[in-house]
Design a protein around this ligand. Structure first.
Ligand code: ADP
Ligand code: MG
Length: 282
């Protein structure tokens, strides 16, 4: 590629809100075979809200919100916002990354998180698991809560897809790319969302440190698109890392390309530009 054609290509991309941070990224992008996307904050808005609550212990939500108050996770924000009135102060808090949280509130042990966290802690979720499966099948994220070792609630949060996501996936398919999703969310939830937008391959229930491994298992060369701090290793490991401009600084610093607006249709645009630039020079 000549320096001039690359300058023209990166300039045109910038006009479209696609920022190339590294010079050779425009060329490498043309050769991508698989594009893997993070779900929360990348395919979805990243602003979940509470959509379902079953309390088997009355008043459980107030204790759950208190337990979540110190968490930075968007799920925690959804739960805290769902409670009106005073929320008690937690006496201790522990984040169980990729699984949920544990806290002490009013002298009680509060555990909130994914089904696999409850399994690990020996909490029997069977009484609420059919209800959880129904919620997950609708693309919601079911969460359980336990108080002092007993199942206390089933909660569900829903995080809407970005308006542009479905069109962006169609554009990637039209460019003959294989589209994958890599997420820490429950498998059934990820599959419901994946089916709605036509994702080819889904890796779910991955721990944050497992995203890179999941990416490397896909046929390359790969591009990875993500927004979070926990996406930084996968962004660096991908042949091309693409960060969402509305996401974290850590993700942007690890990426080769930044989508300024967070609109995923920019990915297909960037790939088409990259291919056109290479075609011009040949
Ligand atoms: P992702 O960003 O893909 O959702 P995370 O690793 O952040 O992945 O979270 C994975 C799962 O862990 C969530 O879907 C949820 O079930 C659980 N989880 C994480 N943080 C919390 C939290 N603060 N409260 C409840 N559950 C949580
Ligand atoms: Mg994310």
């Amino acid at each position: 590629a000549t320096p001039t054609s690359i300058m023209v290509g990166t300039g045109r991309a910038a006009d479209l809100g696609v920022l190339f941070r590294k010079g050779d990224a425009l060329q490498s992008l043309a050769g991508i075979r698989t594009i893997a996307l993070d779900k929360t904050g990348t395919l979805t808005e990243g602003r979940p809200t509470l959509t379902h609550l079953t309390e088997t212990v009355p008043g459980a939500l107030r204790l759950i919100a208190a337990a979540e108050a110190a968490s930075e996770h968007p799920i925690a924000r959804a739960l805290v916002q769902a409670v009106q009135g005073d929320i008690p102060q937690a006496e201790s808090f522990e984040s169980l990354t990729g699984l949920g949280i544990r806290a002490r509130v009013e002298g009680r042990d509060i555990l909130v998180g994914a089904a696999r966290l409850m399994a690990r802690e020996g909490i029997d979720t069977a009484p609420l698991s059919d209800e959880a499966a129904n919620l997950a099948a609708r693309g919601q994220t079911p969460l359980y809560a336990a108080i002092d070792g007993n199942l206390a609630a089933l909660i569900s949060v829903s995080d809407p897809l970005k308006k542009t996501t479905a069109a962006a996936i169609r554009a990637l398919h039209a460019s003959s790319l294989r589209v994958a999703m890599i997420t820490g969310d429950a498998r059934a939830t990820a599959e419901a969302i994946g089916a709605e937008i036509g994702i080819d391959e889904i890796t779910a229930e991955v721990m944050p440190e497992g995203k890179t491994q999941a990416l490397k298992a896909l046929p390359g060369p790969t591009a990875f698109v993500g927004d979070g701090i926990n996406d930084a290793p996968a962004l660096a490991a991908a042949d091309i890392g693409i960060a969402i401009g509305t996401g974290t600084d850590v993700a942007m610093e690890a990426a080769d390309v930044v989508l300024m607006s967070g609109d995923l249709t920019g990915v297909a645009t960037a790939i088409d530009l990259s291919r056109a630039t290479l075609a011009n020079i040949r």
